[in-house]
Ligand binder design. Structure first.
Ligand SMILES: Nc1ncnc2c1ncn2[C@@H]1O[C@H](COP(=O)(O)OP(=O)(O)O)[C@@H](O)[C@H]1O
Ligand SMILES: [Mg+2]
Length: 266
């Protein structure tokens, strides 16, 4: 028997109403994600690449059930993820976490870093003592390359790269199985972004994570992905092992993405 996929995505679809002004009632809708299917194997890093507006974030938000699809099926760890309710929903939800593009917008400026990172613990493990929670936060801070002193500081005291490390620490504090990083380095300088990608690669090994790395940038995806899905206009036009998709692309759109990457002169 084939090993069960961690996440099984079938014919996922999402459309949004097209706004045509305040007083016109329109039934027209734009399809953001159009019948997407794929299976995510445990331990893999799936890179999802495609230009801005092609539906990457909509797909990510559906996978995490932050928004509901119009139709399609989702199985997570073999369970019907779209149908999960109550305790099942909470138990599954803590196993998947998101890392956001904008570390500034995603961190509450009035909360200390220790409280920001510890918040998911307070929600999901309310019986944990304060000191135990603090220990867990200090531990995860160290794992992302920040000192334990960061606990008592506020987000604005950190650089963009450090703030993304805080966002990653918050995503990892519950020890999820699946992490979806949506444009995690797009707001950062290239060199800082490269360090964050290296960190994600190391954490993936250390925490045995399954990772979905979403980016409009092919070089970013190429740096970490073991498998690559290329999205265009709400569809996956090509998916396969990173070496195949990047080394021998078959779809014209993949070819054009690769051709657009500036070559470093040897
Ligand atoms: N909340 C929304 N309401 C209406 N349209 C949306 C909404 N979110 C996204 N869209 C539209 O759906 C399409 C896909 O957007 P998105 O998933 O954000 O793409 P990406 O992350 O690849 O840039 C775009 O055309 C976008 O304008
Ligand atoms: Mg997006």
């Amino acid at each position: 028997m084939q090993a069960e996929a961690l996440l099984d995505v079938r014919n996922l679809r999402k459309s949004y109403p097209i706004s045509t002004g305040a007083f016109t009632k329109s039934e027209r809708r734009t399809v953001a994600v159009d019948e997407i299917s794929f299976a995510l194997e445990r331990g893999e890093t799936l890179g999802i690449v495609g230009e801005s507006g092609c539906g990457k974030t909509t797909l990510a938000r559906m996978l995490l059930r932050l928004i509901e699809p119009d139709s399609g099926e989702l199985r997570f760890r073999g369970q019907n993820w779209l149908g999960a309710r109550g305790a099942d929903l909470r138990a599954l939800r803590r196993r998947m976490q998101m890392v956001f593009q904008d570390p500034v917008a995603s961190l509450n400026p009035r909360m200390r870093v220790g409280a920001i990172i510890g918040e998911p613990l307070a929600v999901h493990e309310p019986d944990l003592s304060r000191s135990k929670r603090r220990d867990r936060v200090a531990e995860i801070l160290e794992a992302v390359g920040l000192s334990a002193e960061s606990l008592d500081r506020y987000p604005h005291e950190f650089s963009g790269g450090q703030r993304q490390r805080i966002g990653i620490a918050r995503a990892l504090i519950l020890r999820p199985e699946l992490v979806i990083a949506d444009e995690p380095v797009s707001a950062l300088d290239v060199s800082v972004g490269a360090q964050i990608l290296e960190l994600l690669a190391r954490l993936q090994r250390e925490f045995s994570l399954t990772l979905i790395l979403i980016s409009h940038s092919l070089p970013v995806v190429a740096q970490l992905a073991t498998r690559v899905a290329v999205m265009q206009s709400g569809r996956i036009v090509e998916i396969g092992a990173a070496g195949h998709v990047l080394g021998a692309p078959r779809h014209p759109y993949t070819k054009s993405l690769i051709a657009a990457v500036p070559q470093i002169p040897a």
